[in-house]
Every structure is written in C-alpha cells, then in structure tokens.
Design a protein around this ligand. Structure first.
Ligand code: SAH
Ligand code: SF4
Ligand code: F3S
Length: 469
C-alpha cells in the first residue's frame, strides 16, 4: 500500500453568475450565490477563473432568449479549452428560459450540466452535487440535471440568508422579493408560464429579511414582484395583508430610510396603497405603473382588464395623495391588430400622463401565449417606426422632467464615489442619478442637494451646507 498523503486543502471554488432580465433575476442571482456560499463557492466577476458558470436567463422577448444560446456557444469553447488543460467548468442555465425550455436547452446545448427554473434555487447545492457525480461518466451516459418543477415547499424558507458583509458589499440599496408569479395572463406575456401562479411571502418573513438588510447597513429597499401590488401575504394571525399595509409595517423599521416597489399593475393599485403614499414619507414618490397601450381596443386584446380612462383616473387619484409623484411606464408597440389610430391613442395617453421615464418594446411573439395565435401581426418596419416615434416623445418628457428639477433642493442618498475624482453619486427620490462634488464621507447617508444642471441621463447637484443649529 502507498503511504497516505495529507489531502490538499481544497481551494475555494468560483462561481460566475450572469444575470439577464428583470430585477427579480438580480435578486435571484444573489440568492443563488448565498445558497452556494456554504458549499465553498465564492462569487467571481471573471468567467475565465470560474469553476461554475450560471446563466440566469430571461424569456420575456425573443432576443432575450436568443442571447442565451449564443452565450452558451461561447462558454462551450471556454469549457473545451479548460478541459484540454485537464481542468473543467460546469455550466448551468437558470431563470425563465430554463423554466420554459428546459428540455430544449438540454437537447440544443449538450454543454449544459444543469437546467433549473426559478422555483428550484434552494435545491441548487443538491443539483450541483448530482451534476458533479456525472462528471466522470462516459459522455454518452451523461445527462444534464433538469429541475423545472413548481415545488410545494416554500423556496424562501430554505434559502440561506447572506452574511452582513456580503449584504453591505452589494450596496446601500437592496431588492427584496415579496411576491412571485402572475395570475393575470396578459395575452402577450410569458411570465405566468415561467414564474407560475402568484405567491406572496408571509409578512414575518418579509419583515425579518428587511430587518436583516437594514442591520447590515442598507438604507433603501425595493420590494419586488411580477405583480408586487397584488401582494397579499399572511400575518401571524393568518390574516391577508396587502402591499399598502406592508409598507406601514416596514416603515416602523428604524434605519430604513427609503422604500420603493416594482412592478405594479394598475388594477391592483388599491386605496390602502394610495393612502400609504400620502402618509409615509419613506415611500418614494416614483411609481412604475405600466399601461402598455393607450387604445382601449388593444388593451382589451391584451387582456389588461382596464381602459385608458381608468388608468388616467387612477393617476389622478395617486397624484392627489402624493402631488410630486413621478411616473414611469412600459409600452408595447405593434401588438397584433394595432392600427395607426391605436398607436396615436398610445401617444395621447403618454402626453396626458407625462412620464419621468418609460420603457418601450416592439411586440415580440412568444410561443405558448394567446397573442402568438392572433392573425394580423404588425409588420416589422411599422413596429420600428412606431417605437422610434414613441421613444422620441418619452425622451422629450424625461428631459423635461430632469430640467424641472433644476433649482430645486432634493434629498439624495449618496451611494458611491463619482465618475470623476472628488465626486460622489447617488439617487434622488425620483430615482434620478445625481452627481456632485464632495468627499467620500458623504457616502451612506441622505444629503440635501441643490440641483444645478442636467446631463444626458442624470442630474448635477451641489451639496447644501448643513445649517448649524
Ligand atoms: N408585470 C408587469 C410587467 C412584466 S414584463 C406588468 O404587468 O406591467 C415587463 C415588460 O415587458 C412589460 O410591461 C411589457 O411592456 C414588456 N413585455 C412583456 N411581454 C412582451 C412581449 N411579448 N413583447 C414585447 N414586450 C413585452
Ligand atoms: Fe405579464 Fe401581464 Fe402578468 Fe405583467 S401582469 S407579468 S405583463 S401577464
Ligand atoms: Fe424576464 Fe423572467 Fe423577469 S421572463 S423579465 S426574467 S420574470
């Protein structure tokens, strides 16, 4: 028998996570990193040193999922190089493309070791162990580990919490998913299929996570959900609590200075939530409230279940509660059957609402959604032209909104060093980036800043000297 050798200390393994899509994926990527940390995986920003690469994918539009397959092509080469040198690299696909097309990914890209949907993240260490077990198998016997079930157990209850220093390293602002999935079934949208039915986390779980974030130094929390304002978590007594009431409970956490939430559906903006905007100074006056179209015919075909007039009335009510509310929205141009008049109606609702910012997209046919089967799809060049016109209007509104802030003094949460030496940067209540001259000591708190100018996508400010008491 050979002499026993002391086993070498295993160096930490490295995981590289690439995130596509919405803020919920950003949150999820951090949860995956947290789930892997106790198993010896350290995050890396450098794919070249990764032992494990995870792509956290988005399926919302065609281009989003195509990006994944081209990325997998690049990773295959990297994995090949690694193996030629006697090393290895595991590749996993997570997120909404994995959920929607798990089997197809495994077939189209045999380079993938793991495919798992958003409801399986707490099982990642276990899946990884199974995939590692396959590493030494003959390639013809290897099968990717696929987990795209919607399990019964509460994923959040099984995901470990991040350490204090990890939370703080991620920044002074944090995301907190309170609600997942969607029951609305807008006819263009894949989310109800990729994320499943609407589920809200229990109130105590949300409050605990918020307290942990604030304890670690987080100043601003953005509550996330595909339909965040449909939140209806249970409290300890088993009572259903809406987002408005949840905001009041979060407002009691000492040290939490700012609260935001996204994304909201107009139909779920209830009285309690509007009242919270009136009563709670920490609830920021910036609301992402997508309307998608200004044409009632198209809204109906989209299954949005409200009219353009109802949207405008809602905006009025919100502004009565919080007069300085800045709005943001999403728009789709070229939904099947959209006429020139329908599109003009969309421009009209944009003019009437007045947005601080907005995101706009060409309609993208998603397999499996009702919209995909509709006749009279709109020609690509018509979509391009409409998108261009819409974006011109919205950009002008954004510029006007930024300009309207010049001369005002706004509380700015200073978050980071600026682009230039001697500068710091942060966000206004309206989520605008603000740059100003000032020492790094300003970072970590809210300061009063006079807005003295604008640049392309941000504001330029000057620190107001604190008046001695
Ligand atoms: N739950 C949110 C939206 C989530 S998806 C809501 O109801 O408003 C984010 C945005 O992507 C949508 O608001 C919509 O504008 C856009 N989108 C979704 N599906 C799309 C599709 N098939 N083609 C183009 N844009 C789409
Ligand atoms: Fe998609 Fe509509 Fe649900 Fe939003 S509300 S996630 S657009 S189905
Ligand atoms: Fe994309 Fe899934 Fe978010 S489809 S937009 S990552 S919920």
């Amino acid at each position: 028998m050979t002499e026993m050798e002391t086993p070498p200390l295993t160096p930490p393994k490295r995981v590289f996570i690439k995130t596509y899509g919405c803020q919920m994926n950003v949150y999820d990527s951090d949860r995956m990193a947290d789930a892997l940390a106790p198993h010896g995986y350290m995050p890396t920003q450098d794919v070249a040193e990764a032992d494990l690469v995870l792509l956290n994918t988005c399926h919302i539009r065609e281009k989003a999922s195509e990006k994944v397959f081209s990325e997998l092509g690049r990773l295959k080469e990297l994995q090949g190089e690694r193996r030629a040198l006697g090393g290895d690299m595991m590749i996993g696909v997570a997120g909404c493309v994995a959920q929607a097309e798990g089997e197809e990914i495994a077939r189209r890209a045999p380079v993938v070791d793991l495919v798992f949907g958003p409801q399986a993240y707490h099982r990642l260490p276990d899946m990884l162990a199974r995939a590692e077990g396959q590493r030494h198998m003959h390639p013809s016997l290897k099968k990717p580990v696929i987990d795209t079930d919607f399990p019964e157990e509460d994923k959040f209850a099984h995901l470990p919490a991040a350490k204090k220093e990890v939370i703080l390293a991620r920044g002074l602002t944090a995301f907190l998913t309170v609600q997942e999935g969607c029951d609305k079934f807008c006819s263009f949208c894949v989310v109800p299929y990729t994320r499943g039915a609407e589920v809200s986390r229990p109130v105590s779980q949300v409050l605990d996570e918020a307290r942990r974030l604030v304890d670690a130094g987080v100043k601003e929390i953005t509550l996330l959900g595909q339909n965040v304002n449909a939140y209806h978590g249970r409290d300890a007594a088993g009572r259903s609590v809406g987002l408005g009431e949840l905001a009041y409970l979060l407002a009691e956490i000492a040290g939490l200075e700012r609260l935001r939430y996204t994304t909201s559906h107009p139909r779920d903006m209830d009285e309690a939530l509007i009242a919270a905007h009136r009563d709670l100074p920490l609830l920021m006056p910036y609301l992402h409230l997508p309307v998608q179209s200004g044409s009632d015919r198209i809204l109906k075909a989209m299954n949005r279940k409200h009219t353009s007039a109802e949207y405008l009335t809602l905006i009025e009510r919100i502004k009565q509660a919080r007069p300085d509310m800045a709005l943001s929205g999403d728009f789709i141009v070229g939904f099947p059957g959209e006429t020139d008049q329908d599109f003009e109606d969309t421009l009209t609702i944009i003019r009437e609402t007045g947005y601080a910012s907005a995101y706009s997209f060409k309609y993208s046919t998603r397999p499996g959604t009702p919209g995909a089967n509709l006749a009279n799809q709109v020609a690509e060049e018509v979509k391009t032209e409409r998108l261009h016109r819409l974006q011109e209007l919205v950009n002008a509104q954004t510029t006007a909104f930024h300009a309207s802030c010049v001369g005002k003094t706004l509380p700015v949460l200073i978050e980071r060093v600026g682009r230039m030496p001697g500068q710091v940067g942060g966000r206004s209540p309206y989520l605008q980036a603000v740059h100003l001259d000032g020492p790094n000591e300003l970072i970590g708190a809210i300061h009063e800043v006079e807005i003295i100018g604008t640049s392309t996508n941000s504001l330029v400010g000057r620190l107001k000297q604190a008046v001695a008491a």
